[in-house]
Design a protein around this ligand. Structure first.
Ligand SMILES: Cc1cc2nc3c(=O)[nH]c(=O)nc-3n(C[C@H](O)[C@H](O)[C@H](O)COP(=O)(O)OP(=O)(O)OC[C@H]3O[C@@H](n4cnc5c(N)ncnc54)[C@H](O)[C@@H]3O)c2cc1C
Length: 352
């Protein structure tokens, strides 16, 4: 049985590694031609410390990738302990890919007939599967900055949503060497660059920022339930049957509220490897395991339909609280309801 994996990002490379452990050797395709200075697409480096269990399953040691712990962390002025950290994603991808023979090209139609199973791990491109049932993508802009302060002050890790005149948030994630990612992801704000510059400008009394690089990106926040179909069977010219199956962000394993996709894409790849080759069973497990993403998506749809008209409902506030809780962020319930539920002044008007 010949297997190809299109995409050697987090999901594709991890899947290739753990399938190889099971004696299934896939041809991996990725042209890796990313127009970013780190050489990788989607420079998200924030993850829960629990990522270590996925890394050790693939024979990797979390200590080799851990940059900074993000505890405490500032959530719109509320400080909380978290199990979040930043990881060196380029190094992790390099190591996940080591030992794999990656064909440095995008997979093309003409490559497909050679395979019985083709995995679409192409992230936002979703190059092989048909379009999602109801897609939703979040534009992002991220700077990598060096922040210097008088007296060795450090920028606080944090996420800030309530000031944005749109649905989304700004993040400050510490990296190494005094570098930080400062990014914004939101729906409905045309001038993300201006907003981010103003955001940095406001801190310029305390910090001097040098922008080292910047990149724009898009994250699929549709949720798996709205990213179906994720299995397609078709016939090849020589009469065989071929299955295309999606994994990771191509099928929406990303938290719609936060845009976190790293650990969920690893988990999705693990479910696929464990279910192999029962793809119907895999599909059921993914939909069930990530059913909370469907609820988050429904809240986003509700808020988008309510621009300027309504307030988050009780269930929306609860879902925000559950999201933080799921990530191990312990916020006082009532305060979290007030702050995280307000989401942005776009929904509720400026904070009084
Ligand atoms: C700016 C930004 C910040 C983010 N921050 C975070 C964060 O802090 N924490 C977090 O958890 N998540 C974050 N995310 C989301 C997270 O990075 C993704 O959800 C995750 O990387 C998805 O992994 P993946 O392997 O499914 O897709 P990807 O990482 O996108 O990998 C897909 C791969 O497929 C390749 N490819 C595309 N088309 C083809 C083709 N036709 N043939 C072969 N290969 C192809 C691409 O080159 C790419 O290497 C962020 C995303 C962005 C854009």
């Amino acid at each position: 049985m010949k297997v190809a994996i299109a995409g050697s990002g987090i999901a594709g490379a991890y899947l290739a590694r753990i399938l190889a452990e099971k004696g299934i050797f896939a041809d991996v395709y990725d042209d890796l031609s990313h127009d970013t200075s780190c050489g990788y697409r989607s420079c998200g480096w924030g993850a829960p410390l629990g990522i270590d269990k996925y890394l050790s399953y693939a024979g990797l040691d979390m200590d080799d990738y851990l940059l900074e712990r993000m505890s405490p962390m500032n959530f719109d002025g509320l400080t909380a302990r978290t199990p979040l950290c930043t990881i060196h994603k380029p190094r992790l991808l390099r190591d996940l890919n080591s030992g794999l023979e990656v064909r440095k090209k995008k997979i093309e139609e003409s490559d497909l007939p050679a395979y019985d199973i083709v995995v679409d791990a192409t992230g936002i491109s979703r190059s092989l599967l048909p379009p999602c049932r109801s897609d939703l993508t979040l534009p992002t802009l991220q700077y990598r900055v060096r922040a210097e302060a008088e007296g060795g002050d450090r920028l606080e890790a944090g996420v800030h949503g309530n000031r944005i005149p749109a649905l989304g948030y700004v993040w400050i994630f510490p990296l190494d060497k005094g570098h930080y990612h400062i990014g914004i992801g939101c729906l409905g704000l045309a001038q993300m660059d201006e907003f981010l510059e103003d955001f940095c400008q406001e801190m310029s009394g305390r910090f001097h920022f040098t922008i080292l690089c910047s990149c724009r990106g898009t994250v699929r926040v549709a949720s798996p339930s709205y990213s179906t179909p994720f299995i397609v069977s078709r016939g090849t010219v020589d009469g065989r049957s071929q299955t295309v199956v999606g994994v990771g962000e191509s099928i929406g394993t990303v938290s719609p509220f936060t845009g976190e996709g790293i650990v969920y894409s690893l988990e999705c790849a693990r479910i696929l490897a464990d279910s192999w080759p029962d793809f119907e069973g895999y599909s059921r497990k993914v939909l069930s395991r990530f059913s909370w993403m469907k609820k988050e998506r429904e809240t986003i749809d509700f808020l988008l339909s309510q621009v300027g008209k309504g307030r988050p409902r009780f269930r929306d506030r609860w879902r925000f609280y559950r999201n933080a809780h799921r990530s191990g962020i312990r916020l006082p319930l009532l305060e979290a309801f007030r702050r995280m539920g307000s989401l942005s002044m776009w929904v509720e008007g400026p904070e009084k």
